[in-house]
Design a protein around this ligand. Structure first.
Ligand code: AMP
Length: 285
């Protein structure tokens, strides 16, 4: 694996690959890699793409300074994992490389309804930061395929919207890959490292609550079912930001199950001072 720190060098490397007729699969991350991230590399390899991963803890997408400071950094281990997985190139830029003129005068994106709900409501500015860094990374890498995790479902929708706003939807295909989970169902996340091992066994409450929604979904109002699932989360020690059911296509929040619509349950909840997010498609595989 080749490690590249500047956009100029990465562009040169990528143009060589593209001249050979190879397709680029891009996997943007913030590091502290786990099997969830590695699964994205594997999807790229399955599609015969050249996997190019980036690790960049993007300061502008953290609405909480403490969360930013506490974000885990495990770069040596990350490099070993990527190498073992068959990643071809790792882009490891500095903050100055991505934001050479600082954070002022950054683009503001019109994200409409999608940007205003769920994570957009609870983490003001978060999706602005995501779009700022993604636009820069996409312009540098210009991949054939972009590999994203379903774990961050709303983020997938926002990035697809960004790609449309950049008029790149014909050039860059977005591949949404399934969420990788621990044996007890907890979605793998870099933030899981911050959960105290003594209480870790209760962290699967988030998976149990989502599974309850999936297993008991029936026609009619959704509120009673959501109350049951909330109860599971609270009993396991979670403090809920939101637990909701939405249309998986446009993320319209639903109060009633309507046949023929594809539904997704989404939640954000804090456990042991660690804010976790997860989601589950309810009536499709
Ligand atoms: P992050 O490093 O958290 O910014 O995540 C980088 C990419 O990995 C994003 O596309 C995430 O959705 C994806 N990802 C994170 N956790 C998982 C997981 N458990 N399973 C699959 N993909 C994931």
């Amino acid at each position: 694996m080749i490690l590249i720190k500047t956009a100029a060098t990465l562009r040169l490397y990528l143009s060589d690959q593209k001249k050979k007729g190879l397709k680029i699969g891009f996997i943007p991350t913030m590091g502290a890699l786990h099997e969830g991230h590695i699964s994205l590399i594997k999807h790229a390899l399955d599609n015969r793409d050249i996997p190019v991963c980036s690790i960049f803890i993007n300061p502008t997408q953290f609405n909480d300074e403490k969360d930013f400071r506490q974000y885990p950094v495990t770069i040596n281990q990350d490099i070993l994992l990527l190498e073992k997985a068959g990643c071809e190139a790792l882009f490891l830029p500095s903050v100055d490389e991505i934001y050479p003129t600082g954070f002022e005068n950054e683009t503001h994106y019109e994200l409409g309804y999608l940007g205003s709900i769920l994570e957009g409501a609870y983490r003001p500015g978060h999706f602005q930061g995501v779009c700022q860094v993604m636009e820069k990374l996409l312009k540098i890498v210009m991949p054939d395929r972009l590999y994203l995790g379903q774990k961050d479902f709303q983020q997938c929708k926002i990035i697809a919207l960004l790609i449309k706003q950049m008029s790149l939807q014909e050039r860059i295909k977005v591949e949404i890959c399934p969420t990788m989970r621990e044996p007890d169902g907890l979605a793998m996340s870099s933030r899981n490292r911050r959960i105290n091992p003594e209480v870790r066994k209760n962290a699967n409450g988030i998976f149990l609550a989502l599974s309850h929604l999936k297993n008991h979904l029936k026609p009619g109002p959704l509120e009673p079912l959501l109350n049951e699932a909330s109860h599971i989360l609270v009993q396991k020690g979670f403090e809920i930001d939101y637990l909701t059911i939405a249309d998986a296509g446009n993320l319209e929040i639903l109060t009633e199950f309507q046949e023929g619509r594809s539904l997704i349950a989404l939640t954000a909840a804090t456990f042991d001072e660690v804010r976790l997010i997860d989601n589950m498609l309810l009536n499709q595989d």
